[in-house]
Design a protein around this ligand. Structure first.
Ligand code: UDX
Length: 443
Protein backbone atom coordinates (compact mmCIF):
# COMPACT_ATOMS: atom_id res chain seq x y z
CA UNK A 1 0.00 0.00 0.00
CA UNK A 2 1.40 3.37 -0.98
CA UNK A 3 1.11 6.06 1.68
CA UNK A 4 1.97 9.72 1.90
CA UNK A 5 4.59 10.28 4.59
CA UNK A 6 6.51 13.29 5.83
CA UNK A 7 9.99 13.30 7.36
CA UNK A 8 10.85 16.17 9.73
CA UNK A 9 14.59 16.84 9.72
CA UNK A 10 16.72 16.34 6.62
CA UNK A 11 20.16 15.59 8.05
CA UNK A 12 21.93 12.22 7.66
CA UNK A 13 19.01 10.36 9.18
CA UNK A 14 16.07 12.33 7.77
CA UNK A 15 17.32 12.78 4.21
CA UNK A 16 18.23 9.09 3.93
CA UNK A 17 14.95 8.01 5.46
CA UNK A 18 12.99 10.26 3.10
CA UNK A 19 14.73 8.83 0.04
CA UNK A 20 14.35 5.30 1.44
CA UNK A 21 10.61 5.75 1.97
CA UNK A 22 10.25 6.95 -1.63
CA UNK A 23 12.15 3.86 -2.77
CA UNK A 24 9.62 1.73 -0.86
CA UNK A 25 6.91 3.32 -3.02
CA UNK A 26 5.55 6.03 -0.74
CA UNK A 27 4.98 9.67 -1.59
CA UNK A 28 7.35 11.63 0.64
CA UNK A 29 7.55 15.22 1.88
CA UNK A 30 10.85 16.15 3.56
CA UNK A 31 10.55 19.07 5.98
CA UNK A 32 13.29 21.20 7.51
CA UNK A 33 13.55 24.70 8.99
CA UNK A 34 16.81 25.27 7.05
CA UNK A 35 15.64 26.86 3.78
CA UNK A 36 19.07 26.61 2.12
CA UNK A 37 19.26 22.87 2.83
CA UNK A 38 15.72 22.35 1.53
CA UNK A 39 16.54 24.21 -1.69
CA UNK A 40 19.56 21.99 -2.33
CA UNK A 41 17.66 18.79 -1.59
CA UNK A 42 14.78 19.92 -3.83
CA UNK A 43 17.35 20.25 -6.65
CA UNK A 44 18.42 16.69 -5.95
CA UNK A 45 21.67 17.60 -4.16
CA UNK A 46 22.76 15.89 -0.94
CA UNK A 47 24.58 18.38 1.33
CA UNK A 48 26.81 15.69 2.88
CA UNK A 49 28.79 12.65 1.71
CA UNK A 50 26.83 9.40 1.79
CA UNK A 51 27.52 6.73 -0.84
CA UNK A 52 24.46 5.88 -2.96
CA UNK A 53 22.24 8.57 -1.50
CA UNK A 54 22.61 11.22 -4.24
CA UNK A 55 21.49 8.72 -6.89
CA UNK A 56 18.49 7.56 -4.84
CA UNK A 57 17.46 11.08 -3.94
CA UNK A 58 17.70 12.37 -7.52
CA UNK A 59 15.77 9.37 -8.80
CA UNK A 60 12.80 10.15 -6.59
CA UNK A 61 12.97 13.95 -6.83
CA UNK A 62 12.80 13.49 -10.60
CA UNK A 63 9.95 10.98 -10.39
CA UNK A 64 8.03 13.53 -8.28
CA UNK A 65 7.60 11.04 -5.44
CA UNK A 66 9.94 13.00 -3.16
CA UNK A 67 9.45 16.70 -2.38
CA UNK A 68 11.10 19.03 0.10
CA UNK A 69 9.60 22.00 1.89
CA UNK A 70 10.01 24.27 4.90
CA UNK A 71 6.22 24.34 5.26
CA UNK A 72 5.04 22.00 8.02
CA UNK A 73 1.47 22.92 7.06
CA UNK A 74 1.87 21.13 3.74
CA UNK A 75 3.11 17.98 5.47
CA UNK A 76 0.26 18.08 7.99
CA UNK A 77 -2.32 18.52 5.26
CA UNK A 78 -1.08 15.76 2.96
CA UNK A 79 0.72 13.06 4.95
CA UNK A 80 -0.80 10.12 6.86
CA UNK A 81 2.43 9.39 8.70
CA UNK A 82 5.00 11.85 10.08
CA UNK A 83 8.52 10.72 10.89
CA UNK A 84 10.70 12.72 13.27
CA UNK A 85 14.36 12.52 12.22
CA UNK A 86 15.87 15.66 13.72
CA UNK A 87 19.10 15.69 15.72
CA UNK A 88 19.47 15.23 19.47
CA UNK A 89 22.99 16.59 20.03
CA UNK A 90 24.82 16.74 23.33
CA UNK A 91 23.92 19.89 25.30
CA UNK A 92 26.77 22.41 25.49
CA UNK A 93 28.79 21.84 28.66
CA UNK A 94 26.54 18.96 29.78
CA UNK A 95 26.30 15.22 29.24
CA UNK A 96 22.55 15.17 28.50
CA UNK A 97 20.96 15.27 25.05
CA UNK A 98 19.37 18.46 23.77
CA UNK A 99 15.71 17.78 22.99
CA UNK A 100 14.90 21.20 21.61
CA UNK A 101 14.66 20.13 17.96
CA UNK A 102 12.41 17.14 18.70
CA UNK A 103 10.22 19.29 20.93
CA UNK A 104 10.01 21.98 18.23
CA UNK A 105 8.71 19.45 15.69
CA UNK A 106 5.91 18.39 18.03
CA UNK A 107 5.04 21.98 18.97
CA UNK A 108 4.87 22.91 15.27
CA UNK A 109 3.24 19.81 13.87
CA UNK A 110 0.70 18.71 16.49
CA UNK A 111 -1.53 21.82 16.34
CA UNK A 112 -1.72 21.38 12.53
CA UNK A 113 -3.01 17.79 12.69
CA UNK A 114 -6.62 18.16 11.64
CA UNK A 115 -7.09 14.54 10.61
CA UNK A 116 -6.19 11.22 12.21
CA UNK A 117 -2.43 10.89 11.90
CA UNK A 118 0.46 8.81 13.09
CA UNK A 119 3.77 10.25 14.29
CA UNK A 120 6.74 7.87 14.28
CA UNK A 121 9.76 9.18 16.18
CA UNK A 122 13.12 7.99 14.83
CA UNK A 123 15.57 10.29 16.63
CA UNK A 124 17.62 8.83 19.49
CA UNK A 125 16.03 10.17 22.68
CA UNK A 126 16.34 9.72 26.46
CA UNK A 127 13.97 7.05 27.75
CA UNK A 128 10.65 8.64 28.75
CA UNK A 129 10.65 11.20 25.94
CA UNK A 130 8.10 9.38 23.77
CA UNK A 131 5.54 9.14 26.58
CA UNK A 132 5.99 12.85 27.29
CA UNK A 133 5.62 13.75 23.60
CA UNK A 134 2.54 11.51 23.19
CA UNK A 135 0.88 13.45 26.01
CA UNK A 136 1.86 16.74 24.38
CA UNK A 137 0.38 15.62 21.04
CA UNK A 138 -2.93 14.81 22.78
CA UNK A 139 -2.91 18.30 24.33
CA UNK A 140 -2.05 20.14 21.12
CA UNK A 141 -3.66 18.23 18.27
CA UNK A 142 -7.13 19.43 17.28
CA UNK A 143 -8.04 15.76 16.69
CA UNK A 144 -6.78 14.88 20.18
CA UNK A 145 -6.45 11.14 20.67
CA UNK A 146 -6.80 10.49 16.94
CA UNK A 147 -3.18 11.62 16.52
CA UNK A 148 -1.03 8.72 17.73
CA UNK A 149 2.68 8.70 18.48
CA UNK A 150 5.00 5.69 18.51
CA UNK A 151 8.78 5.29 18.64
CA UNK A 152 10.60 3.62 15.77
CA UNK A 153 14.36 3.88 16.42
CA UNK A 154 16.81 4.02 13.55
CA UNK A 155 19.98 1.95 13.55
CA UNK A 156 21.63 3.16 10.36
CA UNK A 157 25.37 3.59 10.08
CA UNK A 158 26.88 6.47 8.17
CA UNK A 159 28.51 5.23 5.01
CA UNK A 160 25.90 2.45 4.78
CA UNK A 161 22.83 4.60 5.42
CA UNK A 162 20.91 3.64 2.27
CA UNK A 163 21.59 -0.07 2.68
CA UNK A 164 20.69 0.02 6.39
CA UNK A 165 17.44 1.91 5.68
CA UNK A 166 16.26 -0.43 2.94
CA UNK A 167 17.66 -3.65 4.42
CA UNK A 168 17.70 -3.22 8.21
CA UNK A 169 18.58 -6.13 10.54
CA UNK A 170 15.32 -5.51 12.38
CA UNK A 171 12.49 -3.04 12.80
CA UNK A 172 11.45 -1.93 16.26
CA UNK A 173 8.29 -0.05 17.07
CA UNK A 174 7.36 1.09 20.56
CA UNK A 175 3.67 1.77 21.12
CA UNK A 176 1.64 3.12 24.01
CA UNK A 177 0.25 -0.14 25.47
CA UNK A 178 -2.43 1.70 27.42
CA UNK A 179 -3.91 3.27 24.31
CA UNK A 180 -4.17 0.58 21.66
CA UNK A 181 -4.75 2.18 18.29
CA UNK A 182 -3.90 1.77 14.64
CA UNK A 183 -0.27 2.83 14.88
CA UNK A 184 1.15 -0.72 14.66
CA UNK A 185 -0.93 -1.44 11.55
CA UNK A 186 0.20 1.81 9.94
CA UNK A 187 3.86 1.04 10.70
CA UNK A 188 3.42 -2.43 9.18
CA UNK A 189 1.99 -0.80 6.04
CA UNK A 190 4.90 1.67 5.84
CA UNK A 191 7.49 -1.13 6.05
CA UNK A 192 5.44 -3.85 4.27
CA UNK A 193 8.11 -4.54 1.63
CA UNK A 194 10.83 -4.97 4.26
CA UNK A 195 8.66 -7.11 6.56
CA UNK A 196 7.62 -9.40 3.69
CA UNK A 197 11.32 -10.19 3.19
CA UNK A 198 11.33 -11.78 6.64
CA UNK A 199 12.93 -8.90 8.56
CA UNK A 200 12.11 -9.21 12.28
CA UNK A 201 9.44 -6.67 13.27
CA UNK A 202 9.38 -6.19 17.03
CA UNK A 203 6.51 -4.41 18.74
CA UNK A 204 7.37 -3.14 22.22
CA UNK A 205 6.23 -0.48 24.66
CA UNK A 206 7.54 3.07 24.22
CA UNK A 207 10.29 2.89 26.86
CA UNK A 208 11.69 -0.40 25.53
CA UNK A 209 11.93 0.96 21.99
CA UNK A 210 13.78 4.05 23.20
CA UNK A 211 16.12 1.89 25.29
CA UNK A 212 16.81 -0.60 22.49
CA UNK A 213 18.53 2.14 20.53
CA UNK A 214 20.73 3.55 23.28
CA UNK A 215 21.53 0.07 24.59
CA UNK A 216 22.67 -1.05 21.15
CA UNK A 217 24.98 1.95 20.84
CA UNK A 218 26.23 1.57 24.44
CA UNK A 219 27.04 -2.08 23.69
CA UNK A 220 28.94 -1.21 20.50
CA UNK A 221 30.91 1.53 22.28
CA UNK A 222 31.69 -0.87 25.13
CA UNK A 223 32.94 -3.50 22.69
CA UNK A 224 35.31 -1.00 21.07
CA UNK A 225 36.58 0.28 24.42
CA UNK A 226 36.99 -3.27 25.67
CA UNK A 227 39.43 -4.09 22.89
CA UNK A 228 41.14 -0.71 23.27
CA UNK A 229 41.64 -1.41 26.99
CA UNK A 230 43.21 -4.74 26.04
CA UNK A 231 45.35 -2.81 23.54
CA UNK A 232 46.79 -0.84 26.46
CA UNK A 233 47.81 -4.13 28.07
CA UNK A 234 49.24 -5.38 24.77
CA UNK A 235 51.38 -2.28 24.51
CA UNK A 236 53.18 -2.94 27.77
CA UNK A 237 53.52 -6.69 27.23
CA UNK A 238 54.54 -6.82 23.56
CA UNK A 239 51.37 -8.65 22.59
CA UNK A 240 49.40 -8.01 19.38
CA UNK A 241 45.82 -6.86 19.86
CA UNK A 242 44.77 -7.58 16.28
CA UNK A 243 45.74 -11.24 16.53
CA UNK A 244 44.12 -11.38 19.94
CA UNK A 245 40.87 -9.91 18.49
CA UNK A 246 40.93 -12.49 15.67
CA UNK A 247 41.40 -15.30 18.16
CA UNK A 248 38.64 -14.25 20.57
CA UNK A 249 36.39 -13.19 17.68
CA UNK A 250 36.16 -16.77 16.40
CA UNK A 251 34.06 -17.50 19.45
CA UNK A 252 30.57 -16.83 18.10
CA UNK A 253 29.48 -15.54 21.47
CA UNK A 254 32.04 -12.76 21.12
CA UNK A 255 32.28 -12.15 17.36
CA UNK A 256 35.02 -10.22 15.53
CA UNK A 257 32.94 -7.19 14.56
CA UNK A 258 33.58 -3.98 16.52
CA UNK A 259 36.79 -5.39 17.96
CA UNK A 260 38.86 -3.06 15.79
CA UNK A 261 41.41 -1.56 18.18
CA UNK A 262 42.78 1.85 17.28
CA UNK A 263 41.96 5.50 17.74
CA UNK A 264 38.53 4.62 19.08
CA UNK A 265 34.99 5.67 18.35
CA UNK A 266 33.68 9.08 17.37
CA UNK A 267 30.92 10.52 15.24
CA UNK A 268 27.54 12.01 15.88
CA UNK A 269 26.10 9.00 17.73
CA UNK A 270 28.19 6.72 19.95
CA UNK A 271 29.98 9.38 22.08
CA UNK A 272 26.95 11.57 22.73
CA UNK A 273 24.61 8.60 23.15
CA UNK A 274 26.65 6.98 25.92
CA UNK A 275 26.91 10.32 27.70
CA UNK A 276 23.19 11.05 27.41
CA UNK A 277 22.38 7.50 28.56
CA UNK A 278 24.47 7.99 31.71
CA UNK A 279 22.88 11.37 32.35
CA UNK A 280 19.40 9.86 32.00
CA UNK A 281 20.26 6.97 34.34
CA UNK A 282 21.36 9.56 36.89
CA UNK A 283 18.08 11.44 36.56
CA UNK A 284 16.22 8.17 37.06
CA UNK A 285 18.17 7.49 40.27
CA UNK A 286 20.08 4.52 38.85
CA UNK A 287 23.31 6.27 37.88
CA UNK A 288 25.57 3.45 39.14
CA UNK A 289 23.94 1.01 36.69
CA UNK A 290 25.71 2.79 33.85
CA UNK A 291 28.82 3.90 35.75
CA UNK A 292 30.88 1.66 33.47
CA UNK A 293 30.03 3.87 30.50
CA UNK A 294 32.18 6.61 32.01
CA UNK A 295 35.11 4.16 31.82
CA UNK A 296 34.15 3.32 28.24
CA UNK A 297 34.35 7.02 27.40
CA UNK A 298 37.65 7.46 29.24
CA UNK A 299 39.32 4.45 27.62
CA UNK A 300 38.20 5.84 24.28
CA UNK A 301 39.66 9.30 24.91
CA UNK A 302 42.93 7.82 26.26
CA UNK A 303 43.65 6.35 22.81
CA UNK A 304 43.91 9.85 21.39
CA UNK A 305 46.46 10.78 24.05
CA UNK A 306 48.37 7.60 23.28
CA UNK A 307 48.65 8.55 19.63
CA UNK A 308 50.04 11.96 20.54
CA UNK A 309 52.56 10.16 22.79
CA UNK A 310 53.57 7.82 19.97
CA UNK A 311 54.02 10.68 17.49
CA UNK A 312 56.14 12.51 20.08
CA UNK A 313 58.35 9.43 20.55
CA UNK A 314 58.71 9.03 16.78
CA UNK A 315 59.63 12.71 16.46
CA UNK A 316 62.52 12.16 18.86
CA UNK A 317 60.85 13.25 22.08
CA UNK A 318 59.57 16.73 21.16
CA UNK A 319 56.77 17.84 18.89
CA UNK A 320 57.88 21.41 18.45
CA UNK A 321 58.47 21.93 14.75
CA UNK A 322 58.01 18.23 13.89
CA UNK A 323 56.35 17.78 10.51
CA UNK A 324 53.41 15.40 10.92
CA UNK A 325 51.20 14.18 8.08
CA UNK A 326 47.76 13.20 9.39
CA UNK A 327 45.92 11.00 6.92
CA UNK A 328 42.21 11.24 7.67
CA UNK A 329 39.96 13.71 9.44
CA UNK A 330 36.57 11.98 9.20
CA UNK A 331 35.46 9.90 12.20
CA UNK A 332 35.41 6.87 9.92
CA UNK A 333 35.92 6.14 6.21
CA UNK A 334 33.21 6.76 3.59
CA UNK A 335 31.98 9.76 5.54
CA UNK A 336 32.68 13.48 5.58
CA UNK A 337 31.50 13.70 9.19
CA UNK A 338 34.01 15.13 11.64
CA UNK A 339 31.74 15.33 14.68
CA UNK A 340 33.75 14.09 17.67
CA UNK A 341 36.25 12.64 15.22
CA UNK A 342 39.22 10.89 16.86
CA UNK A 343 41.29 11.66 13.74
CA UNK A 344 40.64 15.39 13.78
CA UNK A 345 40.99 15.54 17.55
CA UNK A 346 44.42 13.89 17.34
CA UNK A 347 45.45 16.33 14.58
CA UNK A 348 44.29 19.27 16.71
CA UNK A 349 46.16 18.02 19.78
CA UNK A 350 49.37 17.61 17.78
CA UNK A 351 48.98 21.10 16.34
CA UNK A 352 48.42 22.63 19.78
CA UNK A 353 51.51 20.81 21.05
CA UNK A 354 53.62 22.60 18.44
CA UNK A 355 53.81 20.11 15.57
CA UNK A 356 53.53 21.31 11.98
CA UNK A 357 50.49 19.28 11.02
CA UNK A 358 49.30 18.72 7.48
CA UNK A 359 45.95 16.95 7.24
CA UNK A 360 44.57 15.18 4.20
CA UNK A 361 41.11 13.63 3.95
CA UNK A 362 39.42 12.66 0.67
CA UNK A 363 36.02 14.06 1.73
CA UNK A 364 36.07 15.70 5.14
CA UNK A 365 38.56 18.59 4.73
CA UNK A 366 35.92 21.32 4.36
CA UNK A 367 34.05 20.18 7.48
CA UNK A 368 37.33 19.79 9.36
CA UNK A 369 38.45 23.31 8.41
CA UNK A 370 35.20 24.71 9.82
CA UNK A 371 36.18 23.29 13.25
CA UNK A 372 39.98 23.58 13.01
CA UNK A 373 40.71 26.50 10.65
CA UNK A 374 44.25 26.82 12.02
CA UNK A 375 45.32 23.39 10.76
CA UNK A 376 46.92 23.09 7.33
CA UNK A 377 44.99 20.98 4.83
CA UNK A 378 46.69 19.24 1.94
CA UNK A 379 44.83 18.45 -1.26
CA UNK A 380 46.36 15.00 -1.66
CA UNK A 381 48.03 12.24 0.32
CA UNK A 382 51.28 12.98 -1.51
CA UNK A 383 51.15 16.68 -0.60
CA UNK A 384 50.48 15.83 3.06
CA UNK A 385 53.38 13.39 3.24
CA UNK A 386 56.05 15.45 1.45
CA UNK A 387 58.92 16.08 3.88
CA UNK A 388 57.01 14.60 6.85
CA UNK A 389 58.92 13.33 9.89
CA UNK A 390 55.99 11.15 10.97
CA UNK A 391 52.92 9.89 9.11
CA UNK A 392 49.79 9.18 11.17
CA UNK A 393 47.01 7.16 9.55
CA UNK A 394 43.98 8.31 11.52
CA UNK A 395 41.01 7.19 9.38
CA UNK A 396 41.07 3.91 7.44
CA UNK A 397 40.09 5.23 4.00
CA UNK A 398 40.71 2.68 1.23
CA UNK A 399 43.09 5.20 -0.39
CA UNK A 400 45.38 4.95 2.67
CA UNK A 401 45.02 1.19 3.19
CA UNK A 402 46.03 0.64 -0.42
CA UNK A 403 48.69 3.35 -0.62
CA UNK A 404 52.05 2.38 -2.06
CA UNK A 405 54.53 2.45 0.85
CA UNK A 406 57.51 2.49 -1.52
CA UNK A 407 56.35 5.66 -3.27
CA UNK A 408 55.46 7.34 0.03
CA UNK A 409 58.83 6.43 1.58
CA UNK A 410 60.51 8.41 -1.21
CA UNK A 411 58.53 11.54 -0.25
CA UNK A 412 58.94 11.74 3.49
CA UNK A 413 61.92 12.95 5.45
CA UNK A 414 61.70 10.02 7.90
CA UNK A 415 59.90 6.79 7.06
CA UNK A 416 57.96 6.44 10.32
CA UNK A 417 54.29 5.53 10.27
CA UNK A 418 51.75 5.28 13.07
CA UNK A 419 48.82 3.15 12.02
CA UNK A 420 46.09 4.64 14.20
CA UNK A 421 43.51 2.23 12.81
CA UNK A 422 45.62 -0.92 12.51
CA UNK A 423 44.55 -0.99 8.89
CA UNK A 424 47.81 -1.09 6.89
CA UNK A 425 49.40 -4.23 5.42
CA UNK A 426 52.29 -4.31 7.89
CA UNK A 427 54.60 -6.59 5.90
CA UNK A 428 54.48 -4.33 2.84
CA UNK A 429 55.26 -1.23 4.88
CA UNK A 430 58.14 -2.93 6.71
CA UNK A 431 59.50 -4.23 3.40
CA UNK A 432 59.44 -0.66 2.04
CA UNK A 433 61.70 0.40 4.91
CA UNK A 434 59.14 2.01 7.21
CA UNK A 435 59.34 2.01 11.00
CA UNK A 436 55.81 0.83 11.79
CA UNK A 437 53.81 1.49 14.97
CA UNK A 438 50.28 0.17 15.44
CA UNK A 439 48.02 0.71 18.42
CA UNK A 440 48.19 -2.26 20.74
CA UNK A 441 50.86 -3.91 18.60
CA UNK A 442 54.49 -3.33 17.63
CA UNK A 443 54.42 -0.14 19.66
C1 UDX B 1 26.64 4.06 14.95
C2 UDX B 1 25.92 2.69 15.03
O1 UDX B 1 26.74 1.70 14.43
C3 UDX B 1 24.58 2.78 14.33
O2 UDX B 1 23.89 1.55 14.46
C4 UDX B 1 23.78 3.90 14.96
O3 UDX B 1 22.52 4.05 14.31
C5 UDX B 1 24.54 5.22 14.91
O4 UDX B 1 25.82 5.06 15.52
P1 UDX B 1 28.00 5.35 13.05
O5 UDX B 1 28.16 6.46 14.04
O6 UDX B 1 27.64 5.67 11.64
O7 UDX B 1 26.89 4.33 13.58
O8 UDX B 1 29.41 4.60 13.01
P2 UDX B 1 29.99 3.14 13.32
O9 UDX B 1 30.24 2.45 12.04
O10 UDX B 1 29.19 2.45 14.34
O11 UDX B 1 31.39 3.56 13.93
C6 UDX B 1 31.45 4.37 15.09
C7 UDX B 1 32.87 4.66 15.48
O12 UDX B 1 33.47 3.51 16.02
C8 UDX B 1 33.78 5.12 14.35
O13 UDX B 1 34.57 6.20 14.81
C9 UDX B 1 34.64 3.91 14.05
O14 UDX B 1 35.88 4.25 13.54
C10 UDX B 1 34.74 3.29 15.44
N1 UDX B 1 35.01 1.85 15.42
C11 UDX B 1 34.14 0.99 14.88
C12 UDX B 1 36.18 1.38 16.02
O15 UDX B 1 36.99 2.15 16.54
N2 UDX B 1 36.41 0.04 16.02
C13 UDX B 1 35.55 -0.85 15.48
O16 UDX B 1 35.82 -2.05 15.53
C14 UDX B 1 34.36 -0.36 14.88
Amino acid sequence: MSLTVSVFGTGYLGATHAAGMAELGHTVIGVDVDAAKIERLARGEVPFFEPGLPELLRKHVESGRLRFTTDARLAAAEADVHFIGVGTPQKKGEQAADMRFVDAVIETLAPLLTRPSVILGKSTVPVGTAARLAERVRELAPVGGAAELAWNPEFLREGFAVEDTLRPDRLVIGVDRDRPGRVEQVARAVYAEIIERGTPFLVTDLATAELVKVSANAFLATKISFINAIAEICEVTGADVTQLADAIGYDERIGRKFLGAGLGFGGGCLPKDIRAFQARAGELGVGPALGFLREVDEINLRRRERVVELVTECAGGALNGAKVAVLGAAFKPNSDDVRDSPALDAAGRLHLAGAQVRVYDPEAAANAAAIWPTLTYASSMVEACEGADVVLVATEWKEFREADPVALAALVSEAKVIDGRNCLPVERWLAAGWEYHGLGRFA
